[in-house]
Design a protein around this ligand. Structure first.
Ligand code: ADP
Ligand code: MG
Length: 265
């Protein structure tokens, strides 16, 4: 229990800190992004400093996406009141420039989808759900440096059991969204940490921030859903997200989301 409590406090502290600092950083970054635009308007097309000014702008934009993740993480209680057609959302993601960009960086990775028609819709935040799919797909691609397959599947599931650590999950129909890969899988000792903010096995700051799965966890929690991980170390991982079908989600605000201390498939 003590370990669980200190873990909860740590997560809360991270959330609070992130929320406070993130707001200030946002203001600073908006200057770093907008002034280069002004400078570029005045610089002649062949000016040798154009590339440097553009580099400042794009670094600022990268930092802004990290800050956006921190804010999502720190501020729980996102608006989840829009009807969302999950299949349409997956298809939109597959056709998006973000998805094309991921696959361009991983040419040996192929992506398939098997979306069950007529599964109905859910209440949610389309923006956060798209981001969730993107985070799962980018992790899947990054877990397969030598190539492999990403499978995105949607189905309907009836949940009639209670799940430890998920008080919001009630018996009923759930939309299930799975993203599976044939990659390296997750080491047993890392499995319980992957949803922690800043936990990354990638090169911190360069290829990873460790915020992706924390944001996924918070988003799923805000949708009164739950996450199930099927992990096969050495041969792949499948993340399954369950969202309540067609049910309004009670709005809760307050604390940063705290992942349960243990995940089991
Ligand atoms: P980042 O991608 O920046 O490292 P994330 O929060 O997205 O941060 O993921 C945290 C860690 O979880 C990753 O560094 C990786 O070790 C592990 N992980 C997440 N998804 C997968 C996956 N599909 N296969 C293997 N490892 C994964
Ligand atoms: Mg990631």
């Amino acid at each position: 229990l003590e370990a669980k409590l200190s873990r909860a406090r740590k997560m809360e502290a991270i959330g609070t800190l992130a929320g406070g600092v993130a707001h200030d950083l946002n203001n600073i970054l908006s200057g770093i992004i907008s002034y280069p635009e002004l400078i570029l308007m005045d610089l002649p097309q062949d000016h040798p400093l154009r590339d440097s000014v553009m580099a400042i702008k794009s670094s600022g934009e990268k930092a802004a996406t990290i800050v956006e993740d921190l804010l999502t993480l720190a501020r729980r209680g996102i608006a989840t009141h829009d009807p969302v057609d999950l299949n349409a959302l997956v298809n939109q993601f597959i056709d998006s420039p973000e998805c094309a960009n991921i696959l361009r960086h991983h040419p040996a990775v192929r992506m398939r989808s098997r979306l069950t028609p007529g599964i109905g819709s859910m209440m949610g935040s389309p923006v956060h759900l798209s981001k969730t799919i993107m985070n799962l797909v980018s992790n899947a691609a990054e877990a397969m440096p030598d190539g492999g397959t990403i499978d995105i599947v949607t189905t309907l599931k009836y949940i009639d059991f209670t799940i430890r650590g998920y008080d919001d999950v009630k018996e009923g129909e759930y939309l299930k969204l799975s993203v599976g890969d044939t990659g390296e899988g997750i080491a047993e000792e890392d499995l319980e940490r992957i949803f922690e903010p800043f936990f990354t096995k990638k090169q911190m700051g360069r290829s990873g921030t460790g915020l992706g799965m924390a944001v996924v966890w918070g988003t799923v929690k805000d949708h009164a859903g739950y996450i199930d991980v099927k992990n096969r170390p050495g041969s792949g991982t499948t993340f399954s997200l369950y969202f309540p079908l067609n049910r309004a989600i009670p709005v809760k605000d307050g604390d940063a989301a705290i992942p349960p201390e243990r995940y089991q498939g």
